[in-house]
Structure formats: C-alpha cells, structure tokens
Design a protein around this ligand. Structure first.
Ligand code: ZN
Length: 218
C-alpha cells in the first residue's frame, strides 16, 4: 500500500523510492553537507510493498558495488529510512586480513539496526566513506559489537559481530543516526587518497600515528 503524501506535502516513502528507482542503474550518491546525511532516519515499518522493497535493496546493492564500497545506507541516496546494506569480498593480502580482521562479509540487508559495544577492546584503522570521497581517517571503534534489528524479511537479528564486519556495521548504522565517521575520527589522521596510496597502505596505522601525531588505543 502506498501512503499518500502527508499533510505537509512531503512525498511518502513509496513515492520517494519509486521516483528514485525510475531512472534505473546505480543511484546518485549524496556527499557530506547534504542535510539528509545529518538528520537521522525513521524506523522502517513495512511501508514498502515487498516487491518495491526488493527493488530498493537491489538498487542499494548495485550502487554499493558500482562505487565500489563495502556498505551503503539509505540516507546516502537521499532516503531517510533505517535501512542499510553491507558486503565485503575482502580482496586483501593475508597480512591485512590478519591485522584488520578483514574477512569476507556476504551481502546482507540491515533493517532497523542498532549496535552496542561488547567488551572493552577497541580497534583503530583508517576508514573512508562514499559520502566523503577522497579522504580517509583513523577511527577507534569497539572491536566487537552486538548487532540487533531485522533483515529484509522482518526476521530478527541478534548477534555479535567482530573484525572488519564490526566496523562496517557500526559505520552504516551510524549513518542511520546522522553520524559520519568524521565525527568519530582523529582529525590529525585525515589523509587524502593520494597520501593513503603513497604512505599509509600498511596493515595498521602505527606509522601514520607516529608521523602525523595522533594516538592509537592501547
Ligand atoms: Zn559512509
């Protein structure tokens, strides 16, 4: 069922998604400075007919893969609803896999996700965002989180996620709360894509911390 536009004239979620999907292909990505990236999202409450939700999820997946990225949240395509997708084939060298816990993450849909840290261990690594192109920065995050929410079929999620997938889950869930990784990053670690490629491609950010002058968690 499609709800009509509300009294303020704002398009319903159905109208908004149908318009977004009309053009076909990867969706345009919004970049930092767009209010929708900062204003949080409404819980998803089954507003989309199953076929339209399926098409929206497929478009998010296509857009994420085309970018390419390892996660994408609905506000990044201008839709303020609590839905994100993640997927990481993790084509990285063994030493990077070991240092960062970057193991393959199959495609999945997070509906109404939330997370909370599990334990005291933290992990700090360079991180980037499709909505902040050209830059990366080091973000210290809980190494393990408890992820709750639903999948795209409404089935409950409640699991502990570790390694790089834990970082992806936190980054994408943060998007749904209007939080960008910049908010959690150490500003002294900000590095351009060029600096990343030329200097900071080591498995860990220890050399960057030393030379740029920022602290890593113990
Ligand atoms: Zn992002």
């Amino acid at each position: 069922m499609g709800a009509p536009a509300d009294r303020a004239g704002r398009p319903s979620l159905v109208e908004q998604v149908e318009e977004l999907l009309a053009a076909g292909g990867p969706l345009p990505l919004l970049e930092a400075g767009e209010p929708v990236l900062r204003q949080g999202t409404a819980p998803y409450d089954g507003e989309l007919p199953p076929a339209l939700l399926g098409r929206f999820v497929a478009a998010l997946r296509l857009t994420m893969r085309a970018a390419p990225g390892v996660g994408l949240a609905a506000p990044q395509v201008g839709v303020a609803v609590r839905i994100a997708v993640i997927e990481d084939p993790a084509p990285v060298p063994e030493e990077v896999r070991v240092a960062r816990g970057r193991v393959p993450q199959p495609f999945r849909v997070l509906v109404n996700p939330s997370y909370e840290g599990v334990g005291l261990e933290r992990a700090a690594f360079f991180e980037g965002c499709l909505s902040v192109p050209g830059w990366q920065a080091v973000v210290s995050r809980p190494a393990a989180v408890r992820l709750t929410g639903q999948d795209e079929h409404g089935r409950a999620l409640d699991e502990v996620v570790t390694g790089w997938p834990a970082r992806i889950v936190q980054h994408e869930t943060d998007h749904l709360d209007g939080v960008l990784y910049l908010d959690r990053a150490d500003p002294r670690s900000f590095s351009s894509s060029r600096a990343m490629a030329e200097r900071w491609n080591a498995p860990t950010p220890h050399a960057a911390a030393r030379e740029l002058g920022f602290r890593l968690p113990e």
